[in-house]
Design a protein. Sequence first.
Length: 347
Amino acid sequence: MWSNQAAAASPISSGRRMILFLGSLAVALSLAGCAHAAAPDVRPLRVLYLSQSMGWVHDTVRRPPGGLASSELALQAMARDSGAFTVELTREARTITADRLADIDVLVFSTTGALPIDRETWGAITSWVESGRGGFVGIHSAADTALDFEGGEQAYTAFLGGRFDGHPWTQGTAIGLSNLEPSHPLAAMWPDGTAYAEEIYQYIGFDPGRVRVLQSLDMSAGPLRRPYPVPVTWVREIGRGRLFYTNLGHTPSTWDDPRFRDQIIHAIRWTGGRIDAPAAPNPEAQDAAAVMAFAAAEGLEAPSGEAGSSTAADDIRALQTLHPDKHGGDASAWDAARARIRSRLGE
């Protein structure tokens, strides 16, 4: 049985220790550098939760006759138990207007497909975030979402930080979760090496230089291991505003998990400006994690020095587009690229 205990030490544990050290140091320095703590405010944050499905309808947002979806009930419980926020529920993106934004503090999306949000409304939403008047929390299928206007998919992808590119790790797949920054307030509830079972997306349009990745897949754990990095949770600042995204949340059991609930509560508080946490991009930590993912999946010792450079990491990230699944089963480019990387890493 796949338990939620820390995964056993892998042959590349020294590399992981270095990533964790760098992550913890970065968090400590970032927190020490904060000019001021978040301003005290006893008023609960006002959250609007959009769970509209214009594509695949997840069980977490499916309402039974006369009732609420499991994710809606979970958010209501988080609001009640934490006292940190109140939550309004909507399944209609058209209700989000500039006037409505003036009465909320945080938007939470668990959505799919091209939402009926026009260019003008999207401009109001992004301005609301950029000004620091509002924050954004995206959960799981928020990355499988677009906007219903020309260029809307690209605009939304650039805002969120990445877009759905398949889920090789299907529902219930045993996985391990690497925590790149174990002391970060928005990730500390998930110890490094946590064993879990979830549906995990991989992404296109993802730029390591624009986000701070907090969690990623541990490629030394689980039955399905790919030799490239797959981020799971990240944060970013947009102007004076804040954005949080996690791939977790596919199943009702995840929404019931105390760790997930704690993370979402902290994400709402952070995006709503009530707590501080580092959000500057961490490409160096992501590069190290990419090299470690390749080494773990390929059964190599963790490399060091120039082998862990951003160039090597970029080559490793590019493997995702070369996988045989994307080329009708043709593995020639995939195998050649892996061989080049293995040679470079000093096999």
